[in-house]
Write a protein that binds this ligand. Structure first.
Ligand SMILES: [Zn+2]
Length: 180
């Protein structure tokens, strides 16, 4: 077996197929294909709420046409992401980049190893002392709440459910049924 050769289309296809094949076999879900963008594989099983491990594979296309990008382009990147309640995705952790050098199975195995690191980081992230959401590192370098909870009004206490009309009669005071 020869090492991955980014100048060979055949080798780029071999790595593309190996990455997508292994990741889908392991249970990662691939984002839909969008022309000109690399395939992103996500793992969301048995993760804390809102978190996924995302792998930016450098693969474009699918099936027989799946091909990793050529020379001098991005390495494979693996990150731990958190989606806030408003839909904003924030990076909680970034694994060391996987350089596409050496034997193809070894590149795939290093990618999985980085994904395992991000998966276990997800279980141990630092959390906001006010709301419990994960902390992420802001551009300022500070660790801040991924829900930006300090900008939001404090949560209102939940309202008790309204009594069902079944137990309410005209001659009977409307007493909530949970009060004895
Ligand atoms: Zn918070």
């Amino acid at each position: 077996m020869s090492p991955f050769n980014p100048e060979s289309l055949e080798s780029r296809r071999e790595l593309g197929a190996a990455l997508l094949g292994t990741l889908t076999t392991k249970g990662f879900k691939l984002d839909p294909i969008r022309p000109g963008t690399e395939r992103v594989a996500r793992w969301d099983q048995n993760m804390p709420a809102g978190m996924v491990v995302a792998i930016y594979t450098t693969v474009e296309g699918d099936g027989a046409s799946a091909t990793v990008r050529g020379v001098g382009e991005d390495a494979i990147r693996v990150v731990l992401l958190y989606t806030a309640a408003d839909g904003t995705e924030r990076g909680l952790a970034t694994a060391t980049r996987v350089h596409r050098t050496g034997q193809i199975p070894a590149i795939v195995e290093r990618t999985l190893e980085r994904a395992r690191e991000c998966y276990s980081k997800g279980k141990h992230v630092a959390r906001c002392s006010k709301c419990g959401a994960p902390l992420f590192t802001a551009k300022s370098g500070k660790a801040v709440c991924a829900e930006i909870c300090w900008t939001k009004p404090p949560a209102q206490p939940a309202q008790p459910p309204q009594p069902k009309s079944l137990y309410v009669r005209a001659t009977y005071p409307t007493m909530p049924i949970w009060e004895k």
